[in-house]
Every structure is written in C-alpha cells, then in structure tokens.
Design a protein around this ligand. Structure first.
Ligand code: ADP
Ligand code: MG
Length: 639
C-alpha cells in the first residue's frame, strides 16, 4: 500500500464538485443562491448551449470588496457563518463555502463585482474588481469597472472532467433543468425580479413583488395556476401557506409537489406523506396531488446541514410539522367542498357533467367493441407456452406454482373451458372436490345461467371457486389485459395512431418541451405526433388510436406521459416504453365506478386467463384478493 497523503486543495475541490455540481442547473442554483444571500433585488441569468458553453448570473446585491473577492474561490471560505452556533440557525441559502471553489475547479470562472454604495459612503469611493480561476489556477484580484453588484460567469463547464461532460444531455434538456432550478428559487423569493435568457432569447421575465399564483403561472402555465386553492395557517410556531390543487387535478407523478422550508426548496418524505394523507380518499392511490407549500419556522427548528446540495432537511419536531400540514390542507380541501370520494372516472362535477356523460357513453361503446374482440377460447394464446388441445385437469387444490395470494381464478370460471394447458404440471384433483366435467359449460361469452360473478360498487368483481372468495379490482385487471395486448402489438411495429381533426393544444412547461424533443422516437412508436405551438403549449396532431377511441382526454393523458418521461429521465428506450404502455393501459381501462354488464364481466374474467401476469396490474398493484375457505371458516369460527 502507498503512504497516506493529504490531497492538494485543487483535487479536493474537484472531488467536492462531484457532489455539488452535477450539471449546469446545479451551477445556476448555487450562483442564484449567492445572489439572493447578497440581498439582490434583481437577478439575471444568461445561458448558452444549455449552460455548457456559458452560465452568467448578474445581481444587484451587496457585491464584494477586493479582500473578500480574493477568498471567493477558496474552499470553506464563507461570509455567512462565523461559528458553530450560527450553523444551527442558518438564515442564508449558502453557508458551506464550497460552491464557488467547486465550480471553479471544473470550469473557467470569472467574477466581476463592486460593492453596493451605502448612503453614508458615496459610490465614487467604491471601486470594482475582478478575479479569474480555471481548474488548478486562481489568478490575483484586479481592479475593474463594473456596475454595483456581482456578475459570475462560468464558461466551458466540465472542460477538465470529460466523464461528467459526456453525461450531459441535449442543450434543451439541460436548459429544462435550469428552468426547474430557477423555479425552485423564484417561487419562494417573489420579492426579487428574475430573468432567464437562453441562446440570446429571453424565456422568462419575472417582475419583483409577484404573488405566488403569478409565479406559478410563469413557470407552470396559467391553466394550472388558476385552478389552485390558496391556504394559510399557523400553529405551534409553524407558519404554513401555499397553493394546492383540487383532487381532480392530481397528476401521475409527485414532481408537482413543491415544498419550501424557510425559503429553501426541499424534498422531504415526511411532508410528502402529510400531503398524501390530507388527500386520502380524494385521489386515486396511483396519483399525486399538486401542491406548492411554504413552511416558515424558527431556523433553530430545522437542520439544513444534512445534504451537500442542502435539498434535505431535518425537523426538530417532525410530528408537529406533519400534523400541521395534514390538518391545514385537509381543512382547506373540506372548505372547498371537495367530495369525500371522487375516485370515479374524471371526478369533476358541475359543468363537466355533460362531457362526462358523453365520455361514459362512448366508453361503453368502446368497451363493448373491446370485449367483442376477445378471441374465442380455442384461439387463445398464452405467451411462451405450448398450446395443447387437452384441457387441463380441473384444479381443486391450490396450484402450487402460483403466488399463494393469487389463486387460479380461472378454475372457477365456466368461461375457461377451452383454455389451453399452461404448460406447468397441473395439480392433481384431490379428494376435497371431485373433478367436474367442464365441457358442460357453455362457450366463453354465453351468459351463465346462474350468476357466479357480480360487480360491487361499480368497481369490484366478486366471484368464487372452491378455493374461496375472490375479489377483483376491475380497473387493475383490465389495465393488465390491455397492457399485455399493447406489448404484443408494439413488438411488431408502431401502435396505431389516429389523426385528430382539430389538433389539441396542451399546456406544457419549458422542461416538458425539451423532454418531448428528446423522446421523439418513443412518441412516434406510440402513435403520437406533436408540434411546437406558442411559448407554453404544444399541439397534438395524432394520438394513439386505442386512447382516441375511448375518448381519453388528450391533454390530461399527455400530462401523465410527460410526468412519466420526466420521472424516468435517465431510463433507456425500452424501459420507458414499458412505462408508457402501462400509462396507456391505465388511461384506456375501465375505471373504478364504471358499471359493467354481465357479459362484460364474463369477458373480462375470461380474458384474465390470457395474460401472463393477471395477478398484478402493470403498476404492480394486485388485481385480485382472495379469502380462502380456510380463512372464511376461521373468521366465522366454524373450525
Ligand atoms: P457560500 O455561499 O456557502 O458561502 P460560496 O462558495 O457560494 O459559499 O460563496 C463564497 C463566498 O463568496 C460567499 O460567502 C460570499 O461572501 C461571496 N459571494 C459569492 N457570490 C456572491 C455574490 N453574488 N455577491 C456577493 N458575495 C458573493
Ligand atoms: Mg453559495
């Protein structure tokens, strides 16, 4: 082994850069934070080539004198905390004193600054100065002319770390991350004016003294902003305020939840949990509420020194914070008279009713078509398994090859008479139930004389076999069936697309647009064609036929898809495709709350046997619950 050595400072900074500087957006975050800490009232961000070529942040804050500037690139040099005590009551965005040092270690960095003149010291006395650094080299401070405040310019990010540079995405995608980073800073700092310019074009111009709704509209569109409910509350030294969306606006991912603690964007499981609880019973479990939540508390009540990028925090009294948030949000939702349970399709009320009825009508038709298209039993395919004509012995005992929780529902279904062998060794009949002659049951779609499956609450199908009682989530099962269908179809080419007579516009954010551009191939495979349509919209020209036929709302579904693409930003094409198909299946499947006819129920159950993983939906939720006879006997104290 070699002897232990203390690493040179430059190398330490380069290693630290690995933590602090992940991509251009991280640089923007650190520089804007510094501007805010310097009490700027206007911050202008200019980037080129997604921030790879240039990132410049100009502020009108307090500026630095030459003595300060000399230390700006030094690691662990900060003006923000002086002793340990201050570390436990942080009021500034920065305090670690490592951002500028880390950034300079992996770029060509330049700072031009001039102290803000005070009323009692005329500005003529205050000179400007500049400093440069790149990789290992930090140059001496020089006098320079400039406006009051500070401009930090970063060029050629990662010029000396090719691995990092290679990892960067397209300029548009990196710019999308920059917009997101700026949103996280501009939402809580509404007293400050911001502007953002990319490749010479100004994309955002945010006036000072904006209200929250305006800032939300600036980043996420007016449509979303207008739908939000404002709330404010105080208790136990925690001030809560913000905007939350009605449950019907819930999205497919949690990325629409913004939490700020004392003006700092944080990601926090506790807060996310409280929010989810507040919406419990009001949104589908697979969807996440939209919320912009601001918490203010004494800085000593929250530890921000948990994570190098300061994105995680620890509350001294997490119980209190949790219950405050849950209570405030729930109260606000109740005041808005949101129905206690609105998990039925759409969930809207009032003027939407007609549209809703129309959708339901055409959904019914589409469903009828879908069920008619189920192949007759003889032609059914099981994937990767040999087909035989011989019907399997009637399983009367628990089929061991299956998950214990998921019994062979098919066993009890008359519809499955012609089901080919599963290829797995079929369990032998046991003495508990004699093998029955299945051939006396009619074909798959003839309604059985006696109903042995019923729909409850327009959501669940209840049936049974000799194993016990079986409860099926109609949405989850249908979703799985459609998913398998889509997967088979896409293996042989693109999905069928339907051209929209009138292109539909969808409100999107800047990052969303970048994602759409980057994932053009995937969209084409799904049968989706979009084009740019104004600064905050795209136009959808063609849509997957499956969804169009079922009147799935274009804008809503596109938003779900965008959430998914954003959430799996680093996923490869195949993985994303699988996710996208699952989202499609979810959109196309019958919903909880959709009434089904007896024939539809039978057809749904019959097709259950055709799919590979009928026991769970593509999102991994179970489709089926079972109460075995043994369990029933125990519950009823028969044994
Ligand atoms: P930190 O923000 O954690 O203190 P940084 O490396 O980001 O560490 O910045 C180092 C120091 O440089 C800050 O403490 C501050 O004194 C000074 N500084 C950086 N940016 C600015 C700015 N825009 N205006 C005034 N001073 C700044
Ligand atoms: Mg800083």
């Amino acid at each position: 082994m070699r002897e232990i050595r203390v690493l040179p400072t430059y190398l330490v900074n380069k290693i630290a850069a690995g933590e602090v500087v992940e991509r251009p957006a991280s640089v923007v975050k650190e520089l804007v934070e510094n501007a805010l800490d310097a009490a700027a009232t206007a911050v202008d961000v200019t980037v080129a080539d997604g921030g790879r070529r240039l990132i410049a942040v100009r502020d009108n804050g307090v500026g630095m004198g030459p003595e300060d500037l000399k230390l700006a690139f030094a690691s662990h040099a900060t003006s923000k905390i002086a002793d340990e005590e201050e570390l436990y009551s942080i009021r500034t965005m920065g305090f670690r004193g490592e951002a500028l040092a880390s950034i300079a270690a992996v770029s060509h960095a330049h700072i031009l600054t001039r102290r803000r003149s005070e009323a009692d010291s005329p500005s003529a006395n205050v000179a400007g100065c500049e400093i440069e650094a790149a990789g290992e080299a930090v140059h001496p401070v020089r006098p320079a002319a400039g406006a009051e405040g500070t401009t930090v310019t970063i060029r050629d990010l990662f010029f000396n770390t090719p691995a990092r540079r290679k990892f960067l995405r397209t300029a548009n995608t990196e710019f999308g991350h920059i917009v997101e980073a700026l949103a996280r800073l501009a939402l809580p700092h509404r007293e400050v004016a911001f502007s953002l310019t990319h490749n010479g074009r100004q994309t955002h111009k945010l006036p000072a003294a904006a209200d929250l709704r305006q800032r939300v509209a600036d980043f996420f569109g007016a449509e979303l902003a207008d739908s939000l409910l404002a709330f404010a509350d105080e208790g136990g030294g925690v001030w809560l305020s913000g905007l939350i969306a009605p449950p019907a606006q819930a999205r497919a991912s949690g990325r629409w939840q913004y939490f700020f603690v004392n003006g700092r964007y944080v990601r926090d499981r506790l807060l996310a949990h409280a929010l989810r609880e507040a919406y419990r019973g009001k949104v589908e479990p697979s969807r996440s509420p939209v919320a912009f939540v601001f918490l203010e508390m004494d800085p000593s009540q929250v530890d921000v020194n948990v994570h190098p990028a300061k994105i995680e925090v620890r509350f001294r009294n997490s119980q209190l914070v949790h219950s405050q948030l849950l209570g405030s949000v729930r109260e606000r939702l109740n005041k808005a008279n949101v129905p206690a349970v609105s998990i039925a399709a759409g969930g809207e009320e009032g003027p939407e009713d007609d549209a809703h009825d129309a959708r339901r009508q055409s959904l019914k038709q589409a469903l009828a078509d879908f069920f008619k298209s189920a192949p007759p039993p003889q032609q059914r395919l099981r994937f990767g398994e040999q087909e035989t004509d011989r019907p399997p012995p009637y399983p009367t005992s628990w089929p061991a090859r299956r998950d214990k929780e998921q019994p062979d529902l098919d066993a009890a279904r008359p519809a499955d008479t012609g089901r080919p062998s599963t290829g797995a060794p079929a369990p032998a009949p046991t003495s508990e139930g004699p093998g029955r002659d299945r051939s006396r049951f009619g074909p798959a779609f003839a309604a059985p004389a006696r109903r042995d499956a019923i729909q409850l609450h327009n959501s669940y199908i209840v049936t049974g076999n000799e194993v016990g009682l079986i409860i099926i989530d109609q949405h989850a099962l249908h979703e799985r069936i459609i998913f398998e269908d889509l997967r088979r179809r896409i293996a042989t080419g693109n999905l069928a697309a339907q051209r929209l007579l009138i292109p539909e516009t969808v409100e999107v954010t800047q990052p969303d647009k970048a994602v759409l551009a980057e994932r053009a191939d995937l969209l084409a495979r799904l049968g989706i064609e979009v084009s740019e349509f104004g600064p905050n919209n795209v136009a959808v020209h063609s849509f997957p036929a499956l969804l169009a036929e079922r009147q799935v709302p274009v804008a809503g579904w596109m938003r779900d898809l965008l959430d998914l693409l954003a959430e799996h930003a680093s996923a490869d094409g195949d993985e994303l495709l699988t996710h996208a198909l699952a989202t499609m299946a979810c959109g196309a499947a019958v919903k909880a709350g959709d009434p089904l006819t007896d024939e539809e129920i039978d057809a749904l159950l019959a097709r259950r046997s055709q799919v590979q993983q009928a026991a769970s939906c593509p999102h991994g939720r179970p489709t089926t619950l079972v109460l075995t006879l043994a369990q029933l006997e125990k519950q009823f104290k028969r044994s």
